[in-house]
Design a protein around this ligand. Structure first.
Ligand code: ADP
Ligand code: ZN
Length: 731
């Protein structure tokens, strides 16, 4: 056989390079195919969720190909980070942006032209400068990578006008292939990107956006602080991110968590850069568990073990929400995503947009509306999210709030058929609101001018309201009976599946939207019922038995440990920790430490056995709740001041003073009143009262007076001795 003498294009050893430079043994997902495609000089479009490993898709080809790859990236702050990382791998990467001085810029340009630089990161605003274009024309460019390519589209959540000029600039540089990458793109945005970059021919690599290990949950904004603290405390020691919309909110929530013993730190652009960096580092190094942040936080942060992401305020778009929640569970273990939703937030955000140019404002409004739809819907969250990004998720996921607590479904065969007919009869040229209006048989200028009031379907669905139809139509989209027209935003078209349904209608179960107002009301009513029911009688009895047993062991009267009202409160609030116990009325730190442990154990067991949800109360910010006068009294008693004097200096009588002192004593502070008592009662009489309390079944003063004899003792004597007794045996 003759030797075949073909020119074999040398395919570089990509795997070897991957190992050699980056130290990874394996490509992830479609990385290798993408890299191959770029090396072969094809236009490439990569849509992959955050963390999937997009950077490598242009970094590795840049190393293999001759010349310099241009990487366009919108975030200057991230640029330096990425360049540093590459430099650490021994790759010559540099950046051009407004943070560089003139001489630094010249040095970078020189290095690029000499061919040393493999990757040059450029900010879009630097790219559009004439001198940059001149310079790039002189350099050998291997390809252009456009990171965060969704910034091109006005229909996305992060539109940047300079991004729209990229194509023109690339044309000026010469014939170079493009790789565009993004982690978020609705079908509309995808189309926009390809159109704008004129890369309809591109090979598209899209991986599923599904993050199977993330649990999605939406709760109405009600008692939000309390809910937040409970949620975070249930995840004690785990890493979490809490997003708030304003810096002020960030500060407030970080503070709230701190006073509630959560290791939380704030992060926002208004902080001193050193503090901000230190806080970020503390989070990364596990010196803090929770970071409370504006959305400025998290970009480029790759902490794998974030166990929960909370949106304290409703986010501006599903894109943003999805990216932010995407920072949870990067290591593949579970991540909980909780969003607090209120329509007020949507209205507030809409107001923020009022100074934007018209189209941008309208688009922001649509994104917000999608956000509200998502929150309101009782359809599987994952189904909704994936549908939003153009994927079909066939069944309910079983791992979101709507799947875990499904709302009752209703048979919607007739209504769905009606809705689909309405779309067909209006010639597939209208948005959902208009279709709803036709179904309800309402009138407006549009209806009149299109003559839609003459359609057979007009008014057929008047027994349902606008919200019903809107929700139903959205579910038709998710079920693939309708689809959004990508070219004409907002227009709904019928699919083959939808046509089929009109011809052969079949049973279809849909869900009504959440009615959060009602849900909150129900919850409140339940809470009230619980409160009215008061304490848990079974636990109260168990606590009493325990008190009796321990009192016996310690040879103390039971009330010395805890009095009934304290036990009742324990059986109402279920304290699980020493601190919580100390906050129970009549307990205090002293008694909690001295007697608390077995009681806490009992409560814990009871709570576990009976699946009781405990309402760890939000601790008031000022943890010290001793009033000034109490502090004054304690200080004066420490100085052995005469009680009459203390009373008169505070303008109160002896009785009031005694009450204050009893309060102090009952909340666990030890007081030594011997200096005063020794002056009013001799030791023999002191012993008699002391012994009485030791064997009594109650510390009630009236009972004591009766037992001990009103001739012998005054009420004040007994009160004083009770304080002494409790201070010594109980505190
Ligand atoms: P994206 O840009 O898609 O959000 P990155 O490019 O930042 O993701 O990559 C996420 C993480 O995955 C980085 O820590 C990166 O080093 C790592 N990574 C990327 N590709 C691989 C691979 N083939 N093997 C192991 N780790 C990888
Ligand atoms: Zn689900």
């Amino acid at each position: 056989m003759p030797a075949v003498n073909t020119v074999v294009r040398s395919t570089p050893d990509l795997k070897g390079k991957l190992k050699e430079v980056f130290g990874y043994g394996q490509f992830r997902g479609t990385q290798e195919a993408i890299i191959q495609n770029v090396i072969e000089g094809h236009n490439t479009f990569v849509i992959m969720p955050t963390g999937a490993g997009k950077s490598l898709c242009y970094q590795l080809p840049a190393l293999v190909l001759p010349g310099t790859a241009i990487v366009i990236s919108p975030l200057i702050a991230l640029m330096k980070n990425q360049v540093d990382q590459l430099n650490a791998f021994g790759v010559n990467a540099q950046f051009l942006n407004s943070t560089l001085s003139k001489s630094e810029i010249n040095r970078v340009k020189k290095d690029v032209i000499s061919g040393e630089v493999k990757l040059l990161y450029v900010a879009p605003e630097s790219l559009t400068k004439d001198e940059t274009i001149d310079f790039l024309q002189k350099a050998t460019i291997s390809f252009v990578a456009i990171d965060e390519a969704h910034c091109i589209s006005e229909w996305g959540h992060d539109f940047r006008p300079e991004y729209r000029r990229i194509r023109g600039i690339i044309d000026n540089i010469g014939q170079v292939p493009i790789i565009a990458l993004t982690a978020t793109a609705t079908p509309k945005v995808q189309l926009d990107i390809q159109k704008n970059l004129q890369m309809d021919d591109a090979s598209v690599f899209k991986t599923s956006f599904n993050r199977t290990n993330l649990y999605y949950e939406v709760r109405p904004k009600h008692n939000t602080k309390k809910q937040l603290i409970q949620y975070v405390k249930q995840r004690k020691g785990l890493a979490g991110i809490i997003y708030c919309l304003s810096r002020k909110k960030v500060e407030e929530i970080a503070e709230l968590l701190k006073v509630n013993d959560v290791r939380a730190l704030p992060y926002h652009a208004g902080l001193d850069p050193h503090v901000r960096m230190a806080n970020q580092d503390a989070f990364l190094n596990e010196d803090a568990d929770v970071i409370v942040a504006t959305i400025a936080f998290g970009m480029g942060i790759d902490k794998p073990d974030v166990r929960f992401v909370i949106h304290y305020d409703t986010p501006k778009s599903i894109e943003g929400y999805y990216q932010e929640t995407g920072r949870g569970g990067r290591d593949g273990l579970d991540g909980d995503c909780l969003m607090f939703y209120s329509y007020d937030d949507i209205v507030k955000l809409e107001k923020f947009n009022k100074d934007k140019p018209v189209t941008e404002r309208d688009n922001s409004k649509l994104l917000l509306q999608e956000m509200a739809n998502y929150a309101d819907s009782a359809v599987c969250r994952r189904k909704q999210l994936l549908h939003y990004f153009g994927e079909t998720y066939p069944k309910d996921c079983g791992f979101c709030d709507n799947c875990k607590h499904p709302k009752e479904k209703f048979e919607a065969k007739d209504e769905v058929a009606m809705a689909l007919k309405a779309v067909v009869q209006t010639e597939q040229r209208f948005g959902l609101d208009h279709i709803g209006t036709v179904l309800m048989g309402m009138n407006n200028a549009h209806i009149e001018s299109y003559g839609h009031n003459g359609l057979p379907i007009y008014g057929q669905g008047k027994h349902h309201d606008a919200q019903f139809w809107h929700s139903l139509l959205r579910q038709c989209l998710i079920f693939g009976l309708l689809e959004k027209d990508i070219e004409n935003f907002g227009v709904a078209k019928i699919t083959d599946k939808g046509m089929d349904f009109i011809e052969n209608p079949h049973s279809i179960k849909l869900t009504k939207d959440h009615n959060y107002e009602e849900e909150v009301k129900e919850e409140q009513e339940q809470e009230e019922v619980q409160q009215a029911a008061g304490h848990d009688e079974a636990l109260f009895q168990m606590l009493k038995d325990l008190r009796k047993k321990i009192a016996k062991e310690k040879n103390l009267p039971p009330y010395v440990l805890f009095q009934d009202p304290s036990l009742k409160e324990m059986a109402t609030t279920f304290p699980l920790k020493m601190d919580d116990l100390a906050h129970v009325g009549g307990v205090g730190q002293g008694k909690a430490t001295k007697f608390g442990t077995p009681f806490l154990a009992l409560i814990k067991k009871y709570v576990d056995d009976n699946d009781i949800e405990t309402a760890t109360d939000v601790v008031v910010k000022s943890a010290v709740n001793k009033s000034k006068i109490k502090i004054y009294i304690i200080q004066q008693i420490d100085k052995k001041m005469d009680l009459e004097e203390i009373a008169s200096s505070k303008g109160i009588d002896m009785r009031e003073l005694m009450e204050e002192i009893e309060h102090i004593c009952y909340s666990g502070t030890k007081l030594n009143l011997d200096y005063y008592i020794d002056g009013v009662l001799d030791h023999e009489r002191q012993d008699e009262i002391y012994d009485y309390f030791m064997s009594a079944s109650t510390d009630n003063i009236a009972v004591a007076l009766k037992e001990l004899g009103t001739d012998e003792y005054t009420e004040e004597d007994i009160r004083l001795m009770r304080i002494k007794f409790l201070s010594e045996v109980a505190n």
